[in-house]
Design a protein around this ligand. Structure first.
Ligand code: ATP
Ligand code: MG
Length: 552
């Protein structure tokens, strides 16, 4: 599908194919089903699927479901949906939990080889014994248990004879290693929890660092691509593959995580936003989740193009969120029909237009794509315009409507403001205008010029609509601002990230369906919201405004 350009991972793959180390590239995308996918995962998906695809290889979707405490089938389903929606098809679908028996056997093998032992230290003690970057670790008093005792205890751990936390299985490597990950890492723990796939069959679960290399090796993954935080774990990854005597030897390769400004990119934090009610679910359009971005109106193409542009490297600086907006604008420019919507309505009565008459005016659906054709827009004596397009006492250089001024109504006529109607509080509630029939759009009228063009919708047939405008959910603050007091990312949540307006759209929008996308004249691109739209009211999410100063 999309070409990723040249990068260091691709170079490794080329070399491995040329040298004959592998004859087929096999990658996997291995999410833990403990949350919804976010834009960072899209990067991992695109790299894994994209690279394998370039070499006619294969990519598996594998759920890394070894921690039942946080995992759920809801997440499994959403992840499948999101990967497909992004445009990728996995070759095989695997669950790490299907390998629990195999993993158990490999752990037993380690014990038999004197390379793993059951430890009775508590989690706190293990942490304490581990040492620091500058000081070596200390060996557990249980480290030299005999193979027989370890085999017996490990089996009894499996059989449920001990409480959670009472015992763990540790790899016996080197408590003095400069790499802390090699200081006898825990590889199995006791956790009584119902697993979404294996139910209550197990009460011991393998740790990520032990499970992941085994999963990769079982599946004959050739290149196990992950993010740079795992670089220090690579020696452990290789240790597990070797000592567990796996038939195949995957190579772990790390790349830099994707970070985007004005957002948080961790399932744990995103879950907190959901659980604490800052947003209305994982698919809230303000969320950087794939489902949130889909609901906001991003297209798979725009996300893929954005991710490709960010490239594949070891670095992980934050990418400007405006770049994401740039790509969705680019994608929708030629796809989205143009239309008019009034977000903040002010009624205008055109006093010299015949009562009861409705005429249909022509407008191009997308002037940049003439093949998209023409739409018909009704015009009558009563229309709505934006409140913002009128000022009773305008400053100089204000070219929109004010008493005595004439403006062009997009696709229609010139109108002139003759009278301002107010309510008892002095609020402007209606304008009385006149129109000039000679100025009809498309007739080539050159009699006189006006400086302002505003949009409108015909009032009697218009469709009541809600507009949801979004600002960044997270405000980026400088380090100093964050350091002032103990702050968490929740302190940076923008209290004004959602503005809801009630207005109207053109009558031909009545047939719109969830996820239809439009460019509203002057307002930007909008998506019909799949959750809140009803037969009585359309709800539009603003995807992005029209303009930006952002330059690629
Ligand atoms: P999170 O910290 O958001 O929970 P994770 O790394 O724990 O992310 P996993 O489900 O383990 O989430 O991720 C699946 C794959 O996606 C992993 O290979 C991981 O490295 C990759 N990934 C996660 N976040 C990013 C990111 N921001 N940029 C690139 N790849 C990512
Ligand atoms: Mg994780």
């Amino acid at each position: 599908m999309d070409n990723l350009g040249s990068n260091f991972i691709k170079d490794i793959m080329i070399k491995d194919l040329e040298s004959g180390k592998h004859d087929k590239i096999i990658t996997r995308f291995p999410p833990e089903p403990n949350g919804y996918l976010h834009i960072g995962h899209a990067k991992s998906i695109i790299i894994n699927f994209g690279l394998a695809d370039e070499f006619n290889g294969k990519t598996n979707l594998r759920f890394d479901d070894t921690n039942p405490l946080k995992e759920d089938i809801e997440y499994v389903n959403s992840i499948k949906e999101d990967v497909k929606w992004l445009g990728f098809e996995w070759d095989d679908l695997f669950f790490a939990s299907d390998y629990f028996e195999e993993m158990y056997k490999r752990a037993v093998l380690l014990i038999k080889k004197g390379l793993a032992y059951v430890d009775d230290l508590s989690a706190d003690e293990i942490r304490e014994y581990r040492g620091t970057l500058t000081s070596p670790g200390k060996e557990s008093p249980f480290r030299d248990r005999s193979v027989e005792e370890n085999l017996d205890l490990f089996e009894r751990m499996r059989n449920g004879e001990f409480d959670n936390g009472q015992k763990v299985l540790r790899a016996k490597i080197d408590m003095k290693s400069p790499n802390i990950n090699l200081r006898d890492p825990v590889i199995y723990r006791i956790a009584r929890a119902t697993h979404h796939n294996t139910g209550d069959k197990w009460c011991i679960y393998p740790m990520y660092a032990f499970a992941h290399p085994i999963e990769d090796a079982i599946e004959d993954v050739t290149h196990s691509i992950c993010t740079v935080e795992f670089e220090d774990q690579r020696p452990l990854y290789n240790w597990v593959v070797e000592k567990c005597e796996m038939d195949s030897t995957p190579q772990q390769i790390e790349f830099g995580r994707l970070n985007v400004t004005n957002t948080v990119m961790s399932k744990r934090k995103l879950k907190q936003l959901v659980d604490e009610g800052f947003v209305d679910g994982w698919d809230d359009p303000r969320m950087p989740t794939i489902s949130g971005m889909r609901r906001k109106g991003f297209t798979p193409e725009s996300i893929r193009n954005f991710v490709r542009e960010t490239g594949v490297s070891k670095g992980s600086g934050a990418v400007d969120s405006q770049m994401l907006e740039h790509y969705v604008r680019e994608d929708l420019k030629l796809k989205a029909p143009r239309t008019m919507g009034i977000l903040n309505p002010l009624k205008v009565v055109i006093t010299n237009y015949p009562e009861g008459q409705i005429e249909l005016l022509d407008a191009e659906i997308n002037p940049e794509v003439p093949e998209m054709g023409i739409r018909k827009i009704p015009f009558s004596r009563e229309i709505y315009i934006e409140k913002d397009d009128f000022m009773e006492n305008p400053p100089s250089k204000y070219f929109r409507l004010f008493p005595g001024n004439e403006v062009r109504l997009k696709h229609a006529y010139f109108i002139k403001c003759e009278e301002v109607i107010k309510d008892i509080n002095g609020e402007v509630i209606e304008l009385r205008c006149t129109y000039d029939p000679l100025t009809k759009s498309g007739t080539g009228f050159t009699g006189r010029k006006v400086k302002g063009t505003i949009h409108w919708v015909e009032a009697t047939n218009s469709v009541p609509s809600e507009f949801r405008l979004y600002e960044p959910l997270i405000l980026d603050k400088t380090e100093e601002e964050n350091d002032e007091v103990e702050k968490t990312f929740l302190d940076n949540v923008n209290p004004e990230s959602l503005v809801i307006l009630q207005g109207f759209v053109e009558p031909n929008m009545r047939e719109s369906r969830p996820h239809d996308k439009f460019q509203f004249f002057r307002h930007g691109y909008f998506n019909v919201d799949p959750k809140h739209t009803t037969v009585d009211k359309l709800v539009f999410n603003r995807i992005v405004s029209l303009k930006s100063s952002f330059k690629i």
